[in-house]
Design a protein around this ligand. Sequence first.
Ligand code: FAD
Length: 218
Amino acid sequence: ELAAAGRPPDALRMTLVSRSTQLMPQHADAVRTTFERLLRERGIEVLLGRAVERVTDAALHCADGVEVAYDEVVWCTQGGAAEWLRSTSLALDAGGFVAVQPTLQSTNTPAVFACGDVAAVLAHPRPKAGVFAVRQGPPLANNLRRALLGRELKPFTPQTLFLGLISTGDGGCVASRGPLAIEADWLWPLKDWIDRFWMSQYTSALPDMAAEEPPPPE
Ligand SMILES: Cc1cc2nc3c(=O)[nH]c(=O)nc-3n(C[C@H](O)[C@H](O)[C@H](O)COP(=O)(O)OP(=O)(O)OC[C@H]3O[C@@H](n4cnc5c(N)ncnc54)[C@H](O)[C@@H]3O)c2cc1C
């Protein structure tokens, strides 16, 4: 775009502004150090602990008075809860997500269950991520069955460790698990394969279903 506008491509300057005082706070120090180095190598300025509270056509205005001039802004804020949840009588957490018990039952409306991004398991806070959402599927199904049969529900404890495969944007990737960080180019094709394989289970790899028998003649 810069070249098209008659400006040298290396005139591009990028600034990462974050309200968080730490880069990638949900990951270990080793991951943070890796990304801090990558950002430094690429000349990307990092402004941490700066909450953007106002945006004008030309600048971001931070709560501490800092102004960041821009031509283009890319917003990458965390997932938010659906507004309409506030109009229900369901108990919500501070972020507006459905507050649930470890059984995935709403804390104030036991006939309502919630899991995945929309839910906040108060006893086990975790990031909003697919790796946590998918693991809640089987306990949700089991507890729905138990509820229908009038049986006692079983609490579920989500995993604490998970594998994060984070793109470095240039074909590279950093694997993050617990305190570990591994940076390698071959990790990105692996991540791509894992994601495509996973999605294929819901599309092309779905088992063929037997054709329904025609209804008996009346
Ligand atoms: C760009 C991107 C990349 C991501 N990459 C990763 C990753 O690499 N690894 C990882 O672990 N996680 C990743 N995530 C997070 C992950 O996608 C979510 O955590 C996960 O999809 C949550 O699953 P869910 O079933 O709870 O919600 P969703 O997948 O969001 O499904 C909710 C469904 O509910 C439907 N819906 C919403 N409102 C209503 C309504 N009122 N009535 C009926 N239906 C409704 C929606 O259409 C949607 O189909 C990524 C997210 C994004 C946006």
